[in-house]
Design a binder for this molecule. Structure first.
Ligand code: SF4
Length: 372
């Protein structure tokens, strides 16, 4: 333990305390697996050690729910890092302001080139990323990049600095469909320690941001916790409560959930909490059982063998051929520093052949720009 978890500033609607303090029995795990709505207590039961002998049962239930809600399909997307300038001091991030490397951003001409390289892969769904708001990559820059991406892709999502509602609204108007914004950890004391300086230090402001974006008309919000920063059961139960809150309040929008684990990065930060493969698998199965129709996302942070095992067994959306450097799809950027090391470095062809062996179809296009 590196911090003492404090509940003092956690809003009631995500506080996991009432659920994680319980001593769960095997019968609680079985009830949760068989329930149509296990809720936070069911999730906590399925993440307890009492569920270890029932992981195969959880996997089968998760697989069946994923197939009923998503068919035998996996939605694909690729991330494009627009800039690695950042004023933030997130201890776990390779782009934090105190990492010493030459920063860069894509010019608008380079953005077009990179997007066209991604498009050539057949991908129609792109995630645009920046660091914290900087003079080099501010709202005006992101806005132009989103406009360019929306003229090429059917689905464009941003994972960038938190914005005001008016800014999200402006992005929606040019065709942006969603935002991805992780709370990183829901434990406020741990959060305060990891976010050494910068706007991201404000825990409550970050928690509020997905709500602002959905209120502004974004169709989807992707949320998640960076697993390994804090007690993973605490973070998982808070994450589920956050998702349930957003789904209830912004019922016209969709919520998706990601399960990123900390990867090696510039700065050499090591995760203080171990989230091993078995626990991560259990977490994904448990979330699928709790949220049968919510897209669950697994990125190329994870090793190929693990992604192969999770595809269709809980997970319904995956990144492919990802680069975490600025650009990198159109060539000439091989010496760039990435935000973190990608583990599954397979190209689109090899990844899709794996899906086919698992009797899963890749989905390149999930929405049409005409619906904007
Ligand atoms: S996580 Fe984001 S805000 Fe924090 S240092 Fe990295 S790029 Fe900057």
């Amino acid at each position: 333990m590196i911090t003492k978890i404090t509940h003092s500033i956690i809003p009631e609607w995500i506080d996991p305390a009432p659920y994680i303090s319980g001593n769960y029995k095997e019968s609680d795990v079985i009830s949760a697996i068989n329930s149509d709505d296990p809720g936070p207590a069911g999730l906590a039961a399925m993440l307890s050690s009492e569920a270890d002998g029932l992981i195969e049962t959880m996997a089968q239930k998760a697989k069946s729910l994923t197939a009923s809600n998503f068919g035998n399909t996996i939605s694909l997307y690729s991330p494009l890092y627009l800039s690695n300038y950042c004023t933030g001091g997130c201890e776990y991030c390779g782009f934090a302001a105190d990492r010493k490397f030459k920063r860069s951003k894509l010019s608008f001409a380079e953005v077009k080139k990179e997007l066209s390289a991604i498009k050539k892969l057949g991908i129609e769904d792109v995630l645009l990323l920046t660091g914290e708001r900087t003079p080099e990559a501010d709202f005006a820059y992101l806005y132009e990049c989103v406009k360019i991406a929306c003229s090429v892709f059917h689905n464009v999502v941003v994972e960038a600095f938190p914005m005001h509602e008016k800014e999200y609204s402006a992005l929606v108007k040019v065709g942006c469909t969603g935002l991805t914004l992780y709370q990183e950890t829901y434990d406020p004391a741990a959060y305060a320690g990891y976010h050494r300086w910068g706007p991201k230090k404000d825990y409550l402001a970050r928690l509020e941001t997905p709500s602002l974006a959905l209120a502004a008309g974004m169709r989807t919000a992707g949320i998640g916790a960076l697993l390994g920063l804090s007690d993973p059961v605490f973070d998982a139960v808070s994450l589920l409560r956050h998702a349930l809150y957003l789904r209830k309040k912004y019922w016209r929008a969709g919520v998706s959930i990601s399960f990123p684990r900390i990867r090696p990065q510039e700065g050499g930060f090591k995760a203080p909490y171990v989230v091993d493969d078995r626990f991560l698998a259990k977490l994904i199965f448990a979330f699928r059982i709790c949220l049968p129709d919510t897209p669950l996302v697994l990125s190329t942070r994870e090793p190929a063998w693990f992604r192969d095992g999770m595809a269709g067994v809980g997970v319904s959306r995956m990144s492919v051929a990802s680069k975490t450097t600025v650009g990198g799809y159109a060539g000439n950027k091989d010496d760039e520093v990435g935000q973190f090391d990608v583990d599954d470095a397979r190209g689109k062809g090899e990844f899709c052949r794996m899906l086919s062996r698992h009797k899963l179809d890749p989905v390149f296009k999930n929405a049409d720009s005409v619906y904007r």
